[in-house]
Design a protein around this ligand. Structure first.
Ligand code: NAD
Ligand code: DAO
Ligand code: ZN
Length: 374
């Protein structure tokens, strides 16, 4: 590992101000670290949420971005699982394969670096970005809004070199999360009915997961009817806009489904829709999975009787996938045919200099995924 690299990055100097494209210094990777030359990155709602100041862990100045792909430029001491030239997807949910989470079949919440990445730091407590004489924090251990980034080896998912990096970057977060929520976290079975609250990239990927699970009916629920065409393309059988009804949406869905849905997924990040998703579940067995990230300090509510009468409330991070072991398999599945849809979700491509526009179109409800190509 040689020298610092000077390159362009989008710096979030503070919450609620647009990103600025700056020349930054990216220091060489230390022991157990990998420097990656980014090829592409998409913009997920979680980046917008952090930039809007809603994230209790948000620290500034920082380089945001967590849904990307690139090639390894150099590796630090002791790194053995990747080498320069390898194509990788950075993981915001790492996999060390040694901690108790990694050893458990029940969870993907690796604890090896999380205490540091949650604070915007590398595992040695320092950062690898400098700009205008200042240290710049990392974000989720990924910081993909930069031409070069430094990540931990345990957060480096190696994938096949012939994968189109401008597409498979979507597997770094939203698509994997949605599909995994269905297949791993909720274990939806053939013939089940599914309700999906929110038809952004995450919700649309829950829909594609429900199709993979052979669900019998898939209800797409969104306030923005322009999302419904794509929801149908992904496999939704019914589209419901809460604005078309005067009753609470959970009551509407319970009526439409003879007592409620077998599985629901909240892919918005609002506590009211989390409640609605739980209460739209069938008595006795319905299960609701929270995927959306609510604002810092917000709390969910329902009557305990909802659970007493057999409904289950659960949640998922990164769809339960263990990234270093399993992400390359999803890339293979995408490459082998039509079972995983990525191209349909890309609604625009931009240059790094246009990143603020990509945030604007997300806020305006006009984007599913905008991909920045470096
Ligand atoms: P997005 O903004 O693209 O999609 C959200 C959708 O919800 C939009 O289509 C919007 O019209 C719709 N919506 C908003 N309010 C609504 C309401 N009251 N009723 C019905 N629909 C409504 O976002 P995204 O990138 O798909 O992310 C969705 C959520 O998932 C975010 O909260 C994000 O932070 C979270 N997320 C979680 C994980 C995880 O691992 N748990 C991973 C990725 C994203
Ligand atoms: O291990 O304590 C932990 C939490 C891991 C972070 C998981 C984040 C999931 C929600 C963020 C989503 C999107 C990028
Ligand atoms: Zn671990």
């Amino acid at each position: 590992p040689g020298e610092a690299i000077e390159c362009l990055a989008a710096v979030a100097w503070n919450a609620k101000v647009p990103l600025s494209i700056e020349l930054v210094e990216v220091l060489p990777p230390k022991a157990g670290e990998v420097r990656v030359k980014m090829f592409a990155t998409a913009v997920c709602h979680t980046d917008a949420y952090t930039l809007d100041g809603l994230d209790s862990e948000g620290v500034f100045p920082a380089i945001l971005g967590h849904e990307g792909s690139g090639t390894v430029e150099s590796v630090g001491e002791g790194v053995t699982s990747v080498q320069p030239g390898d194509v990788v997807i950075p993981l915001y949910t790492a996999e060390c394969k040694e901690c108790k989470f990694c050893k458990s079949r029940k969870s993907n919440l690796c604890s090896s670096i999380r205490a540091f990445t949650g604070k915007g730091l590398m595992k040695d407590g320092t950062v690898r970005f400098r700009c205008k004489g200042q240290d710049i924090y990392h974000y989720m251990g990924t910081s993909t809004f930069s031409e070069y980034t430094v990540i931990h080896e345990v957060a480096c998912a190696k994938i096949r070199p012939d994968a189109p990096m401008e597409k498979v970057c979507l597997l770094g977060c939203g698509v994997t999360t949605g599909i995994g929520a269905v297949l791993n976290t909720s274990n939806v079975e053939e013939g089940a009915t599914v309700g999906v609250f929110g038809c952004g990239a995450v919700g649309l990927s829950v829909i594609q997961g429900a199709v993979l699970a052979k669900a019998s009916r898939v209800f797409a629920i969104d306030l923005n009817p322009t999302k419904f065409d794509l929801a149908k393309t992904m496999g939704a059988t019914d589209c419901v806009n809460p604005l078309d009804y005067s009753k609470p949406i959970q009551e509407v869905l319970v009526e439409l489904t003879d007592g409620g849905l077998d599985y629901t997924f909240e892919c918005i990040g609002r506590t009211e829709t989390m409640r609605a998703a739980l209460e739209a579940c069938h008595k006795g067995w319905g299960e609701s999975c929270i995927i959306g990230v609510a604002g810092a300090g917000e709390e969910i509510q329902t009557k305990p009787f909802q659970l007493v009468t057999g409904r289950v409330w659960r949640g998922t991070a990164f769809g339960g996938y263990k990234g270093r072991s399993q992400l390359s398999g999803l890339v293979d599945q995408y490459m082998e045919g039509s079972s995983i849809k990525l191209d349909e979700l890309i609604t625009g491509t931009y240059k790094l200099e246009e990143l603020n526009t990509a945030f604007d179109v997300l806020h305006e409800g006009k984007a599913i995924r905008s991909v920045i190509i470096f």
